[in-house]
Design a protein around this ligand. Structure first.
Ligand SMILES: *Cc1c(COP(=O)(O)O)cnc(C)c1O
Length: 441
């Protein structure tokens, strides 16, 4: 069955009577006028369609737990939606823990991840009652045990392992290959297990965790990953008599940014994973553990679009035509970071004939600040509302104040309603942490 991550546009996208693009029953041109641009627009129906597809696709799996990888897009409103959809949260910084906690999220349903969690962050995580910590390395094992002891607690942990699986995605978003900064090398896993058993009495090892990368289109890597993890579970059981009953296989499912992308359906991924769990638990004669998955991009990516207003343009003699918009690498770092590509439409002219090759440039003082290179669009006029699809994941969350450009607002749309979920930053907020030392006055 097809799922919303396999489409470029949010599920509620249509062209309305005004001839404009509409999402969640809201005219994008009206949204741009009302809230200003750049503007992130999130379609609530698409987010919920994806979370429900995940739950439905895995429903035959006895003990499955969904965690949303919050780093893809996190605000308090998103935490609320995840709570309603019965997803846990996968968090990777003190700031994400704070956001979840202050939204009222049940912290026992959170997992804390990361390859260099600080003392303060771990301390805070335990104070907030984070459910599980995925420990990445030996340094963290010792640190976390000390902190747990000082708080008189026992912490449930997973060990993050490097499964040695490569997936065909951009090298910056591969994480499961052997030469990776994340996780325990399998050759040193036993050492970690022994330390926990013999020395770290405030740590309670409940399972293994891996995450092999992002924007993955192949199913087989998940099949193999489960195999690698189950093999370790079997080995640890035989060697130490320790039963690990949790397996977290990470996130990474791909979405469709342009027609070139061919992401698989959530149902296909689920079938592969369920199948692999079954096959490998039979093969290794272990009881089926609880399975955790933690998708990020695929949950919110397709639901979000970014609106810009067209400004200046420039035709280089015998060269490119550049059309500048009022945002750029500060609200979407992905094109300059990994040459990510997007599908673009003119929200007030979606049906116009795409007769012109144009490069959409941001407004930042950086030549690499190009949002879309050599795409075909109808002729753009100044003031047009330009819509970039699939910007829901790693857009706002990677945004910056480069050039002291203000961070954009985000609205959540549903059934003709639009609600601000992130206010546009103000100039006052931009400078609120700046201090002029007395001696400069
Ligand atoms: C980033 C990350 C995820 C989510 O990855 P997506 O590609 O956004 O689904 C899941 N687990 C871990 C440990 C991560 O670092």
């Amino acid at each position: 069955m097809k799922t919303a991550n396999q489409d470029i546009k949010p599920i509620t996208t249509k062209i309305n009577q005004n001839g404009n693009i509409e999402i969640g029953g809201c005219d994008l041109v009206e949204l741009a006028n009302k809230y200003g641009t750049p503007l992130y627009v999130f379609d609530e129906a698409t987010i919920r369609s994806i979370t429900r597809s995940y739950k439905d696709a895995f429903k035959s799996c006895k003990n499955i737990n969904m965690m949303f990888a919050a780093k893809a897009f996190m605000t308090k409103a998103v935490c609320k939606i995840m709570e309603q959809e019965e997803f846990g949260l996968d968090l990777c910084s003190g700031g994400e823990i704070y956001t979840a906690k202050s939204s009222g999220f049940d912290m026992s349903k959170t997992l804390f991840n990361g390859n260099n969690k600080s003392y303060d962050e771990l301390n805070y995580a335990l104070e907030c009652g984070v459910g599980t910590v995925s420990v990445d390395n030996f340094f963290e094992l010792a640190l976390l045990n000390d902190i747990a002891k000082s708080q008189n607690k026992t912490v449930r942990i997973l060990l993050r392992i490097t499964p040695g699986i490569e997936c065909h995605t951009h090298k910056y978003i591969q994480t499961g290959h052997l030469d990776s900064k994340f996780g325990f090398d399998l050759t040193r896993l036993d050492e970690a297990v022994e330390l926990i058993r013999d020395e770290y009495s405030n740590l309670n090892l409940s399972g293994l965790h891996a995450h092999i990368g992002s924007q993955i289109f192949e199913k087989n890597v998940y099949f193999d990953e489960v195999g690698v993890i189950f093999k370790e579970i079997k080995r640890i059981k035989d060697k130490y008599g320790i039963t690990l009953h949790e397996v977290n296989i990470g996130g990474g499912l791909g979405i469709k940014y342009t027609e070139k992308d061919t992401p698989v359906s959530i149902y296909e991924i689920a079938e592969t994973i369920i199948n692999s769990v079954k096959i490998h638990s039979d093969k290794y004669e272990i009881e089926e553990p609880s399975i955790f998955i933690e998708p990020g991009r695929s949950v919110v990516g397709t639901a979000g679009v970014t609106l810009y207003t067209a400004g200046s343009s420039k035709q280089v003699p015998k060269g490119r035509k550049y059309q500048a918009v009022d945002g750029g690498m500060s609200d979407n770092a992905r094109p300059s970071l990994y040459e990510a590509e997007y599908t673009v439409e003119i929200a007030n002219n979606p049906k116009g004939e795409a007769c012109e090759k144009v490069t959409i440039a941001g407004k930042h003082c950086e030549s690499g600040d190009i949002l879309a290179k050599d795409i075909m669009l109808p002729e753009i006029e100044e003031g047009d509302t330009i819509c970039f699809y699939t910007t829901g994941a790693y857009g706002y969350s990677m945004s910056s104040n480069y050039n002291r450009v203000l961070k954009s607002a985000a609205v959540l749309v549903n059934n003709g309603n639009s609600d601000i979920i992130i206010n546009r930053q103000s100039y006052e907020q931009l400078c609120e942490n700046d201090i002029i030392p007395d001696r400069l006055n």
